[in-house]
Each structure stands twice: as structure tokens, then as C-alpha cells.
Design a protein around this ligand. Structure first.
Ligand SMILES: [Zn+2]
Length: 317
């Protein structure tokens, strides 16, 4: 009987204690999460260095995502036949077989020195189309590129399609700002431009007119390393792409990218150079007097209309 009473007591105690302990658990959880939120807010604050590094990385991701999507658009259209590379008569001063290596979006603290090292080893000169804001962050690399005899081209200030191509004011401002950066670092004005994503992005005719007024020649490419493929790419794929697209082409402008997250092209470069040398190509750098290669843009055939609008993009603009 005594034992039974004891048991009952224990049950009573348990009945009282269970809700109390649950309540305590809830309270301690609430205290913990409010503390955690405060810490999280502090990390998000604009004065925190972690936060600015993070936002830079985020911007960079956006930059690449945009690059890829337009890049893909161009190539998808190319496969369907609506965008065709136009190869114009080369200048008589150009060698019979010539390759222009173009390296876009740099400079980059990791990949640029590697590009320079390979180019130095093979005594080959290339053309670096660089972004103004990126040059401001790495001025010493711009000077290295220039002092080693490579050509430097204008690739806009922000590489942000939304603002760059929005109107002529933005477009002009970005080109002139980048021109000024190149001039202040090298003392040179090589008036060559590569449109981020390719010249079909300048399909508003006023942008092209503006580029002409500024005295710029613009260059697309007819061979691509395709090193911005969203799922990444290997060194051997880069070599394969370049060899395949260059087959039978006497004047080649190769597109590669200068970015620490896209290292396949710089890794492939020694073999790419050896292959072009073996095939009898000479290596050139771009300047205003080289006859450009432009991607010819045609509007997609409308599903509702039979008319096909042909754009005015011809070489020599
Ligand atoms: Zn670019």
C-alpha cells in the first residue's frame, strides 16, 4: 500500500513537472534564436567587411551569369543559322594565316600572371580586352600586360549589360571612362572595343553610330574556347573547341576569358599555341587598322510573320 502511494506521488510530480520543463525549453529556444538573429543582422550590416566581400562575390556571380546567358543566346542563335560570323577580306598586310588570341574580362590576380607566363615562354603576343572597374582594382597587371607588348582593348567599365546598353549616355560614359583608365596606366589609346556578350548586343543603331563617332573599331570572334560554359569545361575540351572551329579558317580571332574561376583556357594555352604554330599560323595583335570580324545579326524569323529583318551589321563599321 505504501509503495502504491509512493508511485502515485511520483506520477503527480511528473504531471506537474512535464509542462514546466516544456515551457522552459520553449523559453530557452526563444532566447537563443533572438541572440542568433542579432548576430546575423550584425554580419549583414554594411559596415562589416565580411558583408562587402560577400556582396562583391555576389556581384561577380551575377556578372558571370549574365555573360553566360547572352553568350548562350548568341550561340544558340548561331546554331539555328540566324547569327553568322562574317569574315571580310583581310588586309593585304596580314599574313596568309593569322591568329589573334583575345583574352577578355581581366585582369585577374590569379589567371593573368599565368597567361603572361605562357605567352612569354612562347614569345607570342595577345590582345586583352579588359573591364575598366577590374583594371582599377589591378593596375599593376595592366602595366605588366602593356610592358610585355600585348595589345589592350576596351571592354566597357562595368560589363553590366543592363546599364551599358540602356542608352547612348551610359554607353559613351563607360567607353570613355575605360579609355581614360587605359591611358592613365599605359599612355596609350588603342581604339578597339569588344562589346560584352558580342556586338549583337549593340543592335540599337545609335550605339553603333556612337562607337563610330568615338573612333572605335569593334571586334567579335570566329573561334571560341567556350570556356564560360555554365557547367564548366576542361582543358581538353577547350583545345578541341578551338581546333574544330579553326579548321580551314585562315584568319582566326579566338575568344578566351581571364578569370580565376575559368582556368581551362590558360591551362590549354600551351597546346593551343603549339597547334597554331604547327599549322603555319602567325600570331597578331588587334588594332584599329586590322580588318574586323563581326557577328552578323539577323532577327529570328517570327512565328506569326514571314518577314525576316536583316540587321545592318556589316564589317568595316
Ligand atoms: Zn566579357
Amino acid at each position: 500500500m505504501k509503495k502504491l502511494l509512493e508511485l502515485l506521488d511520483i506520477k503527480k510530480i511528473l504531471i506537474i513537472l512535464t509542462p514546466i520543463s516544456s515551457l522552459l525549453l520553449v523559453i530557452s529556444f526563444l532566447i537563443y534564436s533572438s541572440t542568433f538573429n542579432t548576430v546575423a543582422q550584425r554580419i549583414d550590416g554594411s559596415d562589416n567587411p565580411l558583408s562587402s566581400a560577400d556582396s562583391l562575390l555576389q556581384d561577380d556571380e551575377d556578372f558571370w551569369t549574365t555573360t553566360e546567358s547572352v553568350f548562350e543566346d548568341v550561340y544558340n542563335s548561331s546554331a539555328s543559322g540566324s547569327i553568322l560570323p562574317v569574315l571580310t577580306n583581310p588586309f593585304s598586310t596580314e599574313p596568309e594565316k593569322v591568329v589573334y588570341l583575345t583574352i577578355d574580362d581581366g585582369p585577374d590576380p590569379k589567371s593573368t600572371p599565368q597567361y603572361l607566363e605562357v605567352l612569354r615562354q612562347y614569345n607570342v603576343k595577345a590582345t586583352f580586352f579588359m573591364v575598366g572597374a577590374t583594371m582599377e582594382r589591378n593596375p599593376h597587371l595592366v602595366k605588366d600586360i602593356d610592358s610585355e607588348g600585348h595589345a589592350i582593348g576596351n571592354h566597357s567599365y562595368t560589363h553590366n549589360y543592363g546599364s551599358l546598353y540602356a542608352n547612348t549616355e551610359n554607353f559613351t560614359e563607360e567607353i570613355l571612362k575605360t579609355e581614360e583608365i587605359i591611358y592613365s596606366l599605359t599612355g596609350k589609346k588603342n581604339k578597339i572595343f569588344r562589346a560584352p556578350g558580342g556586338s549583337p548586343n549593340m543592335r540599337k543603331t545609335e550605339l553603333l553610330d556612337n562607337l563610330n563617332e568615338l573612333g572605335y573599331a569593334y571586334f567579335d570572334w570566329n573561334v571560341s574556347a567556350a570556356d564560360t560554359a555554365p557547367r564548366g569545361i576542361t582543358k581538353s575540351q577547350v583545345i578541341y573547341n578551338i581546333k574544330r572551329e579553326s579548321k580551314g579558317v585562315k584568319k582566326v580571332i579566338v575568344l578566351m576569358h581571364d578569370n580565376h574561376r575559368r582556368m581551362a583556357s590558360v591551362e590549354a594555352l600551351p597546346e593551343v599555341i603549339e597547334w597554331f604554330k604547327e599549322k603555319g599560323y602567325e600570331f597578331g595583335t588587334l588594332n584599329e587598322s586590322v580588318e574586323p570580324i563581326h557577328i552578323k545579326w539577323k532577327a529570328q524569323k517570327s512565328k506569326t510573320s514571314k518577314t525576316v529583318t536583316e540587321a545592318v551589321y556589316q564589317s568595316g563599321n
